[in-house]
Design a protein around this ligand. Structure first.
Ligand code: AMP
Length: 203
């Protein structure tokens, strides 16, 4: 298969993903394809370190491509059921806040697979940081089975009601298939620290 490289400034990608083991097979398939795409593109991956759900599918297939996969997991979750056992690096941290911080601290881009409240929290946090100019990288959502349609509807509703401005719609992009992620990283709108100047909507 042809390998598309990530943009030069994207060396390390954070992946957010569900911990659920009860999803339709198509979600695990897409997660595995994302791991393969990122692995083949030659980027390092950081994720929540889970050995469950979409996290596991993504990590296993990225590892199979020889990618460096770094998990960040709080001690209380690093149990037999939850922590992935074969990562390039498993970093055990004190709590969920420290983990979220570490997951994006040195990251150049975020890609999110479908997920529940944990994934939503992570996406909203990185989006909020981007809105304030504290995180500048692309945020790409993989819309497997149209999972993020309602999420994006809600963000657009927030813009329509002027809780956010039109400019904030450039903070994220949506792709249907994992194979479109590299192109989305290439075409993401650039973002600057000055974003804080338009973080709040003016009258
Ligand atoms: P959720 O989308 O609600 O399943 O939460 C997934 C996100 O929360 C992941 O990106 C992880 O950072 C974290 N998370 C939630 N549950 C677990 C778990 N059992 N093991 C590892 N990470 C988890």
């Amino acid at each position: 298969m042809q390998t598309r490289l990530a943009p030069e400034n994207v060396k390390r990608v954070t992946v957010y993903a569900s911990s659920s083991n009860g999803l339709a097979e198509s979600y695990y398939d897409a997660a595995a394809r994302l791991g393969a795409v990122l692995g083949r593109a030659g980027v390092d991956i950081v994720f929540g370190g889970g050995g469950v759900g979409l996290m596991r599918s993504m990590a296993d297939s990225a590892l199979a491509q020889g990618a460096h996969v770094h998990g960040v997991i709080p001690g209380f979750l690093n149990t037999v059921e939850h922590g992935h056992k074969n990562l390039s690096r498993l970093e055990v941290v004190g709590d969920m806040r420290e983990r979220k911080h570490r997951m994006i601290e040195d990251s150049d881009a975020v890609v999110t697979l479908p997920g529940g409240s944990g994934t939503f929290e992570e996406v909203f946090e990185v989006m909020t940081l981007k809105r304030l100019g504290q995180f500048l990288g692309p945020i790409v959502m993989v819309n497997t089975n149209n999972y993020f349609d309602r999420f994006v509807d809600f963000l657009e509703h927030s813009v329509a009601e002027r809780f956010m401005s039109d400019l904030h719609m450039d903070m994220w992009s949506l792709v249907q298939e994992p194979e479109q992620v590299i192109e989305a990283l290439h075409s993401a709108k650039s973002w600057s620290r000055d974003a804080r100047k338009f973080a709040a909507v003016r009258n």
